[in-house]
Write a protein that binds this ligand. Structure first.
Ligand SMILES: NC(=O)C1=CN([C@@H]2O[C@H](COP(=O)(O)OP(=O)(O)OC[C@H]3O[C@@H](n4cnc5c(N)ncnc54)[C@H](OP(=O)(O)O)[C@@H]3O)[C@@H](O)[C@H]2O)C=CC1
Ligand SMILES: CC(=O)[C@@H](O)[C@H](O)COP(=O)(O)O
Ligand SMILES: [Mn+2]
Length: 318
């Protein structure tokens, strides 16, 4: 596949694997580094990119979530541009006011393929069902995370770390059409929303150059025909992943890394047919509950906690 891609998009250098990615970051002078690796394995690439003069366009939300303060303390002003659609939307909306004028962030979620279902009906769902995302075409892990709402859990932590807004002032609202990519509510009662068709090219283009809007990057919204955008509260009983993420985010230290690592193991186990869909978040919950965080967040304590969480989740899935 890499050979095919190199033929289609001529590249001076290509590399495979995380070590190859780090070598690329060290060896190739770049204006922008786009990290679109899946999973917390991307943390070392994020940290290496932040050590260069380049801007970091970050799709790999897991690296920010697990790295937390370790990532934040390396970022120079303006160096990190979120490519996640919700955070790209929030950044655009934040231009409408100052930090002190922000009242809440409203992160929108499609609700995934199981929106509106009962818990009983989720007992038997298969990987193919979880991968039938209603609006976005994405990789296996993030699509499964959209189905469990773990994706929104990670995105709440990501929003807190990017924009320095309290967890209690970050809401998740279900918007099945994925047109409004998120909103910022200001203290005067104004809410600024960013709307566009669900197409990642827009967030990627702004990730590559946040200071310039390019000629149409995605199709325009169609205002000539009737359409409805709907919003509904998240069913936190059916999808406890967001509340759990807020708890781990508030706990800080290695808790977000443990949440993510347990989820990565559980998602793979679900796709290997080793556990049920509902077991994914149950396993994450149980691993988080028994985690005893080390006092200080360091790369070493992070690695230890992640290994521990992966082992614990592996035991629970057996
Ligand atoms: N797809 C989307 O629309 C969005 C994605 N994101 C985020 O972007 C990231 C990528 O998502 P997506 O493109 O959908 O996922 P894909 O599954 O399509 O792609 C994942 C990429 O990660 C690489 N990768 C996985 N494991 C490793 C590893 N151990 N070492 C090095 N590279 C690795 C893969 O490389 P290889 O092919 O060689 O295995 C592949 O290039 C995720 O963090 C996701 O949450 C965020 C918002 C939207
Ligand atoms: C495109 C993007 O940013 C994804 O994170 C997307 O938001 C996932 O869809 P859900 O809203 O279903 O989680
Ligand atoms: Mn997103």
């Amino acid at each position: 596949m890499l050979a095919q891609q190199s033929a289609r998009f001529p590249a001076a250098r290509t590399a495979l694997g995380i070590d190859g990615a780090i070598d690329l970051i060290h060896d190739v002078a770049a204006d922008v580094i786009l990290n679109a690796i899946t999973g917390s394995v991307g943390l070392s690439a994020t940290l290496a990119a932040l050590d260069t003069p380049a801007r970091l366009a970050l799709a790999n939300k897991e690296s920010l979530v697990v790295g937390g303060a370790l990532v934040r303390e390396k970022v120079r002003p303006g160096q990190l541009q979120p490519v996640d659609s919700e955070h790209c939307a929030i950044l655009q909306a934040l231009r409408a006011g100052t930090h002190d004028e922000v009242r809440r962030l409203i992160v929108t979620a499609s609700g995934g393929p199981f929106r509106g279902r009962t818990r009983d009906s989720l007992g038997e769902v298969m990987p193919a069902d979880a991968l039938a995302h209603p609006t976005w075409n994405m990789g296996q892990v993030i699509t499964t995370n959209s189905a469990t709402l773990v994706n929104e859990g990670l995105e709440v932590i990501e929003a807190h770390l990017l924009f320095d807004i309290d967890y209690d002032a970050i809401d998740v609202v279900v918007h099945p059409q994925s047109i409004v990519h998120s909103m910022v509510e200001f203290i005067d009662g104004s809410t600024i929303a960013q709307a566009s068709v669900p197409d990642m090219r827009l967030a990627i283009a702004l990730g590559l150059d946040p200071n310039r809007r390019m000629q149409p990057v995605t199709p325009m919204l169609d205002w000539t025909t009737s359409s409805s955008w709907t919003f509904e509260p998240l069913d936190n009983e059916l999808f406890p992943a967001v509340e759990l993420a807020k708890q781990v985010g508030k706990a800080g230290a290695t808790y977000p890394a443990v949440y993510n690592a347990a989820n990565e193991v559980a998602v793979h186990a679900f796709h290997d047919r080793a556990i049920s869909f509902l077991s994914i978040v149950e396993i994450v919950q149980r691993v988080v509950e028994v985690h005893d965080a080390p006092g200080e967040l360091t790369l070493a304590s992070l690695a230890d906690s992640e290994s521990w969480a992966r082992a614990e989740a592996t035991t629970l899935k057996s």
